[in-house]
Ligand binder design. Sequence first.
Ligand code: XUL
Ligand code: CO
Length: 435
Amino acid sequence: MSAFPDIAKIAYEGPQSKNPLAFKHYKADEVIEGKTMRDHLRFSVVYWHTMCGNGTDMFGWGTAQRPWEAGLSGLDLAKARVPVFFEICEKLDAPYYAFHDRDVAPHGASLRESNKWFDTIVKLLKAQQKKTGVKLLWGTAQLFAHPRYAHGAATSCDANAFAYAAAQVKKALEVTHELGGEGYTFWGGREGYSSLWNTDMKRELEHLAKFLHMAVAYKKEIGFKGQFYIEPKPKEPTKHQYDSDAAACLNFLREYDLIDHLKLNLETNHATLAGHSMQHEMDVAGAAGALGSIDANTGDLMLGWDTDQFPTDIYLTTQCMLSVLKYGGFTTGGVNFDAKVRRESFEPVDLFHAHIGGMDAFARGLKIAAAIRADGRLDAFVKNRYRTWDSGIGADIEAGKVGFKQLEAHALKFGEPKLESGRQEFLENLINEFI
Ligand code: XUL
Ligand code: CO
């Protein structure tokens, strides 16, 4: 039985199409820089927003119309959502999905009951994966909604909460492995503080590192080969999240000897909350060899919180895809739509409009990024800007051949450096030639 009898599989109709339920730019089999769009973009649909989001906000009830949920609750509701979710992925031709343990199955009265319900749903997920060919990009554990995590999970002041969280991650890792997941994400929803008056920050960070080392050990023990990711976010829900941005995460991973075990899963709205552009975050991660995956969404710059909107800004998707191509493309990661439809967009069809728009925006970003690279002027400009480092004194500095004394001698002889324009506006205009 179809939940969307009026919606056919979304087809590519090209830029001239006026059909809102067609792709204008995402042509899965089109080859760009030697790889299909499908393989470059590795689109993924999230369970939490797509199936569980109901439009609730701080000021109002849910608005979403979800006919497949009528009269259902608990495990029955969880069961009913599974085929609907996969119908959406299949109709969108999205090759991947992502979930938290407690989105797909409800919280039980005990850990044992939660695990039992989770197992029931995992069987259904597995069957649907087989039927539709949709694969798991990454799994994760929800360690932030339940009151037991009010003070944190891996950074809780209570060792028993830490243990409970470990048990949840253990199970989520087993399930992700069982479902052939290509990765596993850690987002520390409550790993931070609201007040330093009651917080031993050093001890909490050490605990977080211990927790991740235990996860690395358990991953090895069960033979899970997927990639671990840590997802930076600066605030919301806590005042200060320990994993605040890409640089803070990398510093944490290096300090605690975890750098070889985790890459970053970067999210656009988290980047902007941190006061960075997504391009900045991607470059920080990419330079460290840690660009793993992206949670593709966008914030509203008029609002100061994580609005998780679908990305439609071509400028943004171009920047994202330029970074992805620059750092060699996704391997285990992908473009994961951690995004939700607006509270006012409450009809089921809005879920399709949203994902189609995001996929088309990224397809355009990919095509534009490839065109900018093929054109070569941007790269040539940057290369030329650094030319004094390619030979002579610059090359000697980079090679570690000279120190302050030789540089003083050079400066005395060379005299005043000749200033050249950075040409920002020229380059912004150049980029706009391609948009
Ligand atoms: C929260 C967020 C999470 C993570 C997974 O802002 O982005 O949904 O992506 O826990
Ligand atoms: Co996210």
